[in-house]
Every structure is written in structure tokens, then in C-alpha cells.
Design a protein around this ligand. Structure first.
Ligand SMILES: Nc1ncnc2c1ncn2[C@@H]1O[C@H](COP(=O)(O)OP(=O)(O)O)[C@@H](O)[C@H]1O
Ligand SMILES: [Mg+2]
Length: 297
């Protein structure tokens, strides 16, 4: 009897132990799953953190570059303004101090320099202001504009102060009006012509053309016989402060003119691009939309 009881007790203990082992195994499996789950979450969070860290690094890098570009810009701007101011100040001072001892011709030539520098400074500030306005999202007020008139008027006034510059104007009289802002069209032309003046050989001819381009656009081009712009830089020169590697440092400029042109043209719903010319030189073209209601709106 006692033996039987002992055996039953033992069997019970064995069964009980089996049950506990199963339970313990199940618990261990649960724990493993929980651990795997946790590890997976840690991996995911780590990856997310790394990604956001990389994003932060990129942002810091972008800000650093923007800050550098701003410093470079301020450096260029101060240099340009100081150069102009020095020439203006020097010219005025020379005329005033020398009084009668200076010849009329010499005085006139000094004053001409002063006038040119004042004009350049004025244009530069105008470019800067327009750039700032357009970057703040200012809308233009466009109206029908006879581009042929704007081009002829501009060529006349530009040519008057540069009697040696040959300007060929090729614009039809019966061109449809463009939907544009006349002063902005003129500012684009002025920037493009100032480049021709700086980069093409002196006294090489420049051509101004306008024509209807398909049904909806007026195409305006400025063509020079200068060194042109290498293909790999033809997009970059439209970026702010970019100057071609082939352009000598001594030629003054801030790399802002073409950026301003692009912004002005695009604000008038046009496009602008560069192309090389067959016999050498650069062709800068831009479009303006045709004013579909003619001059009547
Ligand atoms: N007509 C041109 N012929 C040759 N290179 C040009 C011409 N126009 C512009 N470029 C090049 O494009 C660059 C950018 O022009 P722009 O934005 O007007 O700036 P900037 O004249 O102040 O340098 C110039 O520095 C020059 O390298
Ligand atoms: Mg320029």
C-alpha cells in the first residue's frame, strides 16, 4: 500500500514537473518573442534616428553653404560699390581741385567716367531690388507691349553713349504686341548688352532681333561675336553669382545679370536660353507671350 502511494506521489511529481517545464518553455518562447520584438523596434528607431541625423547634417551643410554664399555676395557687392565710389569720388575731386588748370576735354572725360559709374551703380541697385522683389514673390502687372518699339528705343539710347558700338536692329514693324512689362524687357536687354560690352571684343557688331515664334510667343535675341560660353556652363551662368571660368577676374561683375534676366523673363511667363553661333559668339534668346487680345485690352 505504502509503496503504491509513494509511486503515485512520484508520478504526480513527474507530471507536475512536466507541466511546469512546458509552462517554463512557453514563457521562455514568449520572452524570446518579446526580446525579438524589442530588438526589431530598437533597430527601427536607430535607423530612423540615423536618417533624421543625416537629414540634420544635410540641413546644417545647406545652411553653411547659404551663409558662405551670402558672405561671398556681400564681399562682391562691397567691392563693386567701393570701386564705383572710388572712381566717382576721384573724378569729382580731380575736377574740383584742379580748377582752371585742367583742360575742358580732360574735365569732360573725367565727368563722363563719373556718369558711367553712377549709371552702373544705379543699374546694379536696380538689379538687386528687382531680384529681391521677385524672390519675395511679387507679381508683375503686364500689359500689351510693342517689343519693336522697346528694342529700337533701347538701341538708340544705348548706342548714343557708345558711338563705336555697331548695333544691328532686325525687328519687323508688324510684330504683334507681347504681354509684358516694358521696363522689365528693357532691363533684360540692358543686362544682355552690358555683357556683350564686357565680354565681346570692342567694336564687334551686336545684333538685336525680334520675331513671332509660332502662334503664342515673341522671340527676342541678342547675338554677339564674343568668346561664347562653354556648353557645360550654359545653365550655371543663370545661377546667382556664377561667372564662367573662362572670364578673366579683372572684368568687373557679380554674376547677377543673367540671374536677374531669367527671373524677369520668367515673371513675364517667358523662357530664356543660350546657344553658340555658327561663326563664333553667343546668342541669348528669350520669349514673351503674345498678347492675345492685341492692344485692345
Ligand atoms: N555675351 C557673353 N559672352 C561670353 N560670356 C558671357 C556673356 N554673357 C555672360 N557671360 C558669362 O556669364 C557670366 C554671368 O553673366 P552675368 O550673370 O551677367 O554676370 P556678370 O556679367 O556680372 O559676370 C559672366 O561672368 C560671363 O562669364
Ligand atoms: Mg552681366
Amino acid at each position: 500500500m505504502i509503496q503504491d502511494q509513494t509511486r503515485r506521489k512520484e508520478a504526480y511529481i513527474v507530471m507536475d514537473a512536466g507541466g511546469r517545464i512546458e509552462e517554463a518553455n512557453a514563457e521562455a518562447a514568449r520572452l524570446r518573442r518579446a526580446r525579438d520584438d524589442l530588438e526589431q523596434r530598437v533597430r527601427e528607431r536607430t535607423a530612423a534616428l540615423e536618417a533624421s541625423n543625416q537629414q540634420k547634417d544635410r540641413l546644417v551643410e545647406e545652411l553653411r553653404r547659404a551663409n558662405e554664399a551670402k558672405d561671398e555676395f556681400l564681399g562682391l557687392l562691397s567691392h563693386e560699390l567701393r570701386t564705383s565710389m572710388t572712381l566717382i569720388y576721384g573724378g569729382v575731386q580731380a575736377v574740383r581741385r584742379m580748377g582752371d588748370r585742367i583742360g575742358t576735354q580732360e574735365a569732360a572725360s573725367l565727368m563722363e567716367n563719373v556718369e558711367q559709374e553712377t549709371d552702373a551703380m544705379y543699374r546694379m541697385i536696380e538689379d538687386l531690388l528687382n531680384l529681391a522683389r521677385l524672390e519675395l514673390g511679387e507679381q508683375l502687372t503686364t500689359e500689351p507691349v510693342l517689343v519693336q518699339h522697346v528694342i529700337r528705343r533701347f538701341a538708340r539710347s544705348f548706342g548714343e553713349s557708345r558711338p563705336k558700338q555697331e548695333i544691328v536692329v532686325d525687328v519687323p514693324d508688324d510684330l504683334e504686341p507681347a504681354l509684358a512689362e516694358a521696363t522689365y524687357v528693357e532691363q533684360v536687354l540692358r543686362n544682355l548688352m552690358s555683357n556683350v560690352e564686357k565680354y565681346a571684343p570692342p567694336e564687334s557688331p551686336v545684333e538685336l532681333r525680334a520675331a513671332r515664334n509660332g502662334g503664342t510667343e515673341i522671340l527676342i535675341s541678342v547675338l554677339d561675336r564674343g568668346p561664347g560660353i562653354p556648353e557645360e556652363e550654359r545653365d550655371a551662368v543663370f545661377e546667382r553669382f556664377y561667372r564662367s571660368r573662362q572670364t578673366p577676374k579683372r572684368v568687373r561683375g557679380m554674376g547677377m545679370g543673367l540671374t536677374v534676366c531669367k527671373r524677369l523673363v520668367e515673371a513675364q511667363r517667358g523662357r530664356i536660353w543660350l546657344a553658340p553661333r555658327d561663326q563664333g559668339g553667343l546668342e541669348v534668346s528669350f520669349t514673351l507671350p503674345v498678347a492675345l487680345n492685341g492692344l485692345g485690352n
